[in-house]
Design a protein around this ligand. Structure first.
Ligand SMILES: [Zn+2]
Length: 418
């Protein structure tokens, strides 16, 4: 199997730019980790001060970074809500929670909250190109009484519920992240979890959110937007689980090996809020936790999470320009002496956008460029740094930096002609 280097994306807001000296992180195939899924257990979001990791792992802050294991990131970008329990359909479950969850799921689509996920999507992975699209499909209600407890020992119970509800409504499974909202109260410290399974032979990804009224899962979330505490907790847990389902759907893609399967993008910043509120694409406002950025951690411009480090980042403000780079199948490996093309995209802020590229390294044909695409040709097998800065019509800026590994064997998307 060829060695695959995972390179890194840095998101620098407002020009507060460092020039970090990054080495590529090579995912190890023989790390020892606590893969909860291997035991048939889902990935769990705990309330603070419960079953969390106490100390920074040996190896320092960088050992917290998410590493790409060999699994895929998500390949579908849609959500479906399933309301499970007898109280759904009566207030406040309908008037507050259900309308609020609908607003959350609609507003996440195209929101800057999803921007940080792009750091983990611009790799040569078996996935479609994620461009902040997360379409809300529909919701279903099942008034049967869900089992008591958090179901972490029997996640298939929830998977079967998803399959049954879809079947009863003649809906083809597998086209969305299925978010199951239970009327069962948080029984202890488990706020929610995500897991995967199948309906027949069709793989599905699903999450289970418990009723978190009167629990720390909700009371520790900033209460904004006029929402109840219970809805605020559900929204934060939903965002937490969705970010993990997208970057680590089968507990085999992005997680910190030092923390095992409980070190995913949201866990490393669990109950860490550095934005007082997050405004979504439909104007809905929620208190949503930070997400982990490897590059913020490595460059040291992020915030500490419950396990330490400096990788926690709030969502960029909804009005702020954001950008991402695509180019595949593997935009981080370039072939020696071939032309490689990267493409920039920008959103939010105010169009038109201008694009500035800079490549820093030895034996490069081009070192700067403008426009949404950039072509590079390297004459030596080195790593170089590729920086994109997007400026909107009002002068707001957003920058990303990548480390590109130039190898001497043919890879990916590079071509002999620009
Ligand atoms: Zn989690």
């Amino acid at each position: 199997m060829p060695r695959r280097y995972v390179c890194l994306v840095v998101v620098v807001l407002l020009g507060a730019c460092a020039s970090p000296d990054r080495s590529p992180v090579m995912p190890s195939t023989n790390v020892v980790y606590y893969d909860l899924v291997q035991g048939g257990h889902p990935h769990v979001m705990y309330a603070p001060s419960s079953n969390r990791h106490a100390a920074l792992p040996a190896g320092g802050p960088s050992s917290l970074d998410l590493v790409l294991h060999n699994g895929p990131v998500a390949t579908q970008f849609a959500t479906t809500a399933i309301y499970w329990g007898p109280q759904w359909g009566t207030n406040p479950f309908t008037g507050d929670k259900e309308t609020g969850i609908t607003s959350l799921l609609q507003g996440l689509n195209g929101s800057n909250f999803l921007t940080h996920l792009l750091e983990y999507y611009t790799f040569g992975l078996p996935t479609t190109d994620m461009t902040r699209t997360l379409t809300y499909q529909q919701s279903f209600t099942d008034h049967s009484t869900p089992p008591s407890g958090d179901l972490t020992n029997s996640p298939g119970t929830v998977g079967a519920e998803v399959c049954n509800v879809l079947s009863a409504n003649h809906v083809t499974p597998g086209t969305a992240f299925y978010l199951v909202y239970s009327t069962t109260p948080v029984p202890g410290t488990v706020c929610g979890w995500h897991h995967f399974g199948s309906c027949g032979s069709t793989p599905i990804e699903y999450a289970y959110m418990l009723n978190m009224d009167n629990s720390p899962c909700a009371s520790l979330v900033p209460q904004v937007g006029g929402h109840s505490i219970g809805l605020s907790g559900l929204a934060n847990t939903t965002a937490h689980e969705l970010a993990e389902m997208m970057t680590d759907p089968d507990a085999s893609a992005w997680y910190a090996p030092s923390l095992g399967a409980s070190g995913e993008i949201s866990d490393l910043c669990g109950f860490t809020f550095h934005a007082t509120s997050t405004t979504l694409s439909n104007g809905a406002v929620f208190g949503l936790q930070d997400l982990w950025s490897n590059e913020a951690n490595d460059a040291g411009y992020g915030f500490a999470g419950p396990d330490g480090g400096q990788g926690c980042q709030p969502a960029p403000p909804s009005s702020h320009v954001v950008a991402w780079i695509s180019g595949g199948p593997d935009p981080f490996q370039a072939t020696l002496r071939q032309y490689c093309t990267w493409t920039a995209s920008a959103a939010s802020g105010t169009a038109p956008y201008t694009y500035a590229w800079r490549a820093s390294g030895s034996n490069l044909l081009y070192t700067t460029g403008s426009g949404p695409t950039f072509i590079e040709n390297s004459f030596s097998p080195v790593n170089y740094t590729l920086t994109l800065t997007v400026t909107d019509a009002h002068g707001q800026q957003y920058s990303l930096t990548r480390t590109v590994e130039v190898v001497s064997f043919p890879v990916g998307f590079c071509s002999t002609n620009p």
